[in-house]
Design a protein around this ligand. Structure first.
Ligand code: ZN
Length: 249
């Protein structure tokens, strides 16, 4: 791209490039799986620099063991999933494109260190990765971001992109994607040998936490569908698939 191009022409070319590749509905994937994994790794490194992450303690290995079981149930497609404990008192878990999943201490405590419930939350996050919810959003956001940066004559560094990806990872994915993640989480949880109804207990816990401190919500809590809607969607899914357990006999 010649920098001497007139701005209007540059806008036209870049806009045509972006919409031509992405499609107006943004559903055509620009980012291949290898790139998706690479973007997620860089974003994870950026997150790690700024947070107290733990991959080696007994607690971290406990989390990884649950995650590996759920990931096996959710494959294919295969992703290099990783499960990292964040030593912060925050009620959250989130996914980055291509495999990294972070789980905060605060949420593990709120769930009473219950393996079935932790497994369901991991299943929810895995769904955002394997259904490409995470990478789709990055494609849209980075595409627009790159366009803006080029127009302003700036340059994106890998680290800036990584920061954007982390920021997006902490937001919710919208109603339909969140309900899909809740429902498929039941399937992966069951496939891994955990109680597929544990999601109902998690959603109950979210309701009580939301009542206490509305500011302490991130990806799992900020979702557009209310928790009652999410519970109903989970119950529908469990009924349709003849799944039962401790929280839905
Ligand atoms: Zn979600």
């Amino acid at each position: 791209m010649q920098l001497s191009m007139r701005p209007v022409a540059l806008v036209a070319v870049l806009t045509a490039m972006w919409w031509g590749l992405a499609g107006c509905d943004g559903t055509t994937f620009l980012i291949g799986q290898d790139q998706e994994i690479q973007i997620g790794r860089e974003a994870a490194a950026e997150f790690d620099r700024e947070h107290n992450v733990d991959r080696s303690s007994a607690d971290a290995r406990w989390l990884q063991a649950i995650g590996n079981r759920v990931a096996a149930a959710a494959s294919p497609p295969d992703y290099p999933y990783s499960f990292t404990l964040v030593r912060e008192d925050v009620n959250n878990a989130f996914a980055l494109p291509g495999g990294p999943i972070y789980f905060y201490d605060g949420l593990i405590d709120s769930l009473g260190r219950d393996e079935d419930q932790v497994a369901w939350v991991i299943g929810h996050e895995i769904t955002h990765i394997r259904q490409k919810h995470a990478v789709r959003r990055i494609e849209r956001a980075i595409g627009a971001q790159v366009l803006i940066e080029v127009l302003l004559g700036g340059q994106n560094t890998a680290r800036e992109i990584a920061g954007i990806v982390v920021g997006l990872g902490l937001q919710d994915y919208g109603r339909d994607n969140e309900i899909m993640a809740d429902q498929l989480a039941c399937r992966w949880t069951a496939g891994a040998g955990y109680d597929p109804t544990a999601g109902l207990a998690v959603l109950e816990t979210f309701k009580s936490i939301q009542g206490e401190d509305p500011s302490d919500f991130e990806i799992l809590f900020m979702s557009h569908p209310g928790n009652n809607t999410r519970e109903d969607a989970v119950k529908d899914y469990l009924s349709e698939h003849n799944m039962s357990g401790r929280y839905y006999p």
